[in-house]
Design a protein around this ligand. Structure first.
Ligand code: ZN
Length: 86
C-alpha cells in the first residue's frame, strides 16, 4: 500500500501538490473568502502554491474568484501579496 498524501491542484498552475505546500482559501458559509492557514475550515476551498508567480497569476486572471464564485477582498489580496514578499 502506498502512503496516502492529500494532493490538491493549484488554481494558477494546475499542478498537483501536497496540501501542506499550498495556501488554502475558503469560502465560509457567510459567503466571504478568507485565508485558511490550518486547512481545516469548513467551506468550499481553493488552493494556491506559495509561489510568487502563482499568487500573481491567480489574482490577475481572477482564477480564485472563478473557483470560489465570490469576489476576493482587497484585504485578502494584500495578505496574499504579503505572504510572498517574505
Ligand atoms: Zn501553482
Amino acid at each position: 500500500m502506498t502512503e496516502h498524501v492529500a494532493l490538491r491542484v493549484c488554481v494558477a498552475c494546475k499542478q498537483k501538490k501536497p496540501k501542506e505546500e499550498l495556501i488554502r482559501l475558503v469560502r465560509i458559509p457567510e459567503g466571504k473568502i478568507e485565508l485558511d492557514p490550518t486547512g481545516k475550515r469548513l467551506g468550499r476551498g481553493a488552493y494556491l502554491c506559495k509561489e510568487n508567480e502563482c499568487i500573481k497569476k491567480a489574482i490577475k486572471t481572477k482564477r480564485l474568484e472563478r473557483t470560489l464564485k465570490r469576489p476576493i477582498s482587497q484585504d485578502i489580496i494584500y495578505l496574499l501579496n504579503q505572504g510572498v514578499e517574505k
